[in-house]
Design a protein around this ligand. Structure first.
Ligand code: HEM
Length: 452
């Protein structure tokens, strides 16, 4: 049997080699072009090259070939304590890191505690009884059957109405993805916030602070602390008001209060507040941003866009979803997931690529790279809509796999479906037709035009 597998193994190794060498040549060419043609500081021009999704994919292709488990003493992340950095790029090793919870722990605890003014949230917890208690309580109130019964119909209705009202031109984050994701906070979670603008500002700033502020920017620190204080105050008062009203609503907050009334441990007012803060930070900016990234990627790929549009028009939900998630494979919201080594250990033990990892090392498990590893993913550079679902590592893996994973599979295609169904969908002219983040890590504007 192993003899029969030999040609496949050799072919995959050849692909790894070809991909790595090809990527190195393109990167070198792009770097020379950026140096000769661009304007502004050289470092910034090169950084922009490598920060772009295609540049990241090429860097990972080179690393998978020459140094699949790279480790260096330099500390890249200053927001969370660590003693050095490692980047893990092969799919098997990325999965391994995200499965060895007793050796590679989550780091977010300190900032979670700053946000709640004391308590951790389950994404910041190691695999402990407290983690199981909190995540189980939240699974009792955010139920899988809500996706087809409540969430998907809400998203479909809202998205349809917003696209129909747009009159042929739409600023997609402002007029579609952010308001619909914020609408879910009201309709489904029962936590509308004082205004949509406040919810967007609080959740976006706090997501940025927790996951993207790797250099611990003091200005963002102040902004995040102010957002967290306002969020806590509003949500605490909202929970108290709901309880005082005696109203029994079947939304996530209402179910939390029902659990509290039944004496379920870990569900006092403050715990409900802290759990909801964590969930809402996870829900709003991510849902909007991921939908925009998928759309942006499709707009750059005429054949894939045509396929997605045909699926949207014919109501083929599975085909539409396949296009959206394949687009996200090229542009995942999180290209890496980070963990800290809780003891001295080894990545890929017993292999030629084995690498010792000292205690305290910050390990970037590159899920983007894992989704392009030719040793595990057939024809990774091709846009294909027939990939098995387990190809996709769009929202983590293992213990801390995204709590909203089932929601995402419905909300992302659902948000985009009515827009993709429109004839002549294209970018608006000039800069308005490109993602504008307004200095944040999230899409704030992207205008498209279509036949109304
Ligand atoms: C497309 C949108 C989303 C993306 C790209 C995304 C991404 C992720 C990723 C990468 C992780 C793993 C983090 C890690 O292991 O360090 C994660 C975990 C998590 N996400 Fe999401 N997420 C999305 C939507 C949501 C939604 C809608 C919710 C809330 C309903 C949510 C709540 C959470 C929570 C609570 C965790 C922690 C799970 C745990 O620790 O067990 N996310 N997400």
């Amino acid at each position: 049997m192993w003899l029969l597998n030999l040609p496949v193994v050799l072919w995959r190794r050849l692909l790894l080699l070809g991909q790595g060498i090809g990527a190195a040549l393109v990167l070198a060419g792009d770097a020379v072009a950026a140096l000769l043609r661009g304007s502004g500081p050289v470092g910034a021009r090169l950084a922009a090259l490598f920060a772009a999704p295609a540049g990241q994919r090429r860097v990972f292709a080179v690393l998978r070939l020459v140094q699949p488990n790279l480790r260096f003493g330099r500390v890249l992340v200053t927001a969370y304590a660590n003693s050095g950095t490692a980047i893990v790029t092969r799919r098997d090793d990325v999965i391994d890191i995200l499965s060895r919870d007793d050796e590679f722990g989550v780091v977010y605890g300190p900032r979670m505690k700053t946000i709640t003014d004391g308590e951790n949230f389950f994404l910041g917890m190691q695999d402990t009884p407290r983690y199981t208690r909190d995540v189980s309580n939240m699974r009792l109130v955010v139920r899988r059957e809500d996706v087809p019964e409540v969430v998907a119909p809400f998203v479909a209705r809202e998205a349809r109405g917003r696209v129909a009202a747009a009159g042929g031109r739409l600023d997609v984050p402002q007029a579609l993805t952010l308001p619909v994701a914020a609408g879910l906070l009201d309709r489904y979670f029962g936590t509308p916030g004082p205004s949509q603008a406040a919810m967007v500002e609080w959740t976006t700033t706090l997501f940025w602070y927790l996951f993207l502020d790797l250099q611990a920017d003091p200005a963002l620190d102040a902004r995040a602390k102010a957002a967290a204080a306002a969020f806590r105050e509003w949500l605490g008062a909202h929970i108290a008001a709901r309880k005082a009203s005696g109203e029994a609503r079947d939304d996530v907050l209402g179910r939390c209060l029902a659990l509290q009334a039944s004496g379920t441990p870990g569900m006092d007012d403050r715990a409900i507040r802290d759990n909801l803060i964590g969930l809402l930070i996870g829900e709003l900016p991510t849902t909007s941003a991921a939908a925009i990234l998928a759309l942006d990627e499709l707009l750059d790929r005429p054949a894939a866009l045509a396929g997605a549009q045909a699926a949207a028009r014919s109501g083929d939900d599975a085909a539409l979803a396949a296009h959206v998630f394949e687009a996200l494979r090229f542009r995942p919201l999180n290209p890496v997931i980070y963990r800290r080594a809780m003891c001295e250990t080894t990545v890929a033990p017993g292999t030629l690529r084995a690498r010792r990892i000292p205690e305290g090392t910050m390990v970037f498990a590159a899920n983007l790279s894992a989704m392009f590893d030719p040793l595990a993913v057939p024809r990774p550079g091709r846009f294909r809509t027939d990939r098995p679902w387990d190809t996709y590592m769009l929202w983590g893996h293992g213990l801390h796999l995204c709590f909203g994973a089932h929601l995402n599979r419905a909300t992302l295609p659902g948000l985009l479906e009515p827009l993709l169904a429109r004839p002549s969908l294209r970018r608006a002219e000039g800069a308005r037709g490109r993602i504008d983040t307004q200095g944040t890590p999230f899409p704030v504007h992207l205008d498209v035009v279509f036949e109304a």
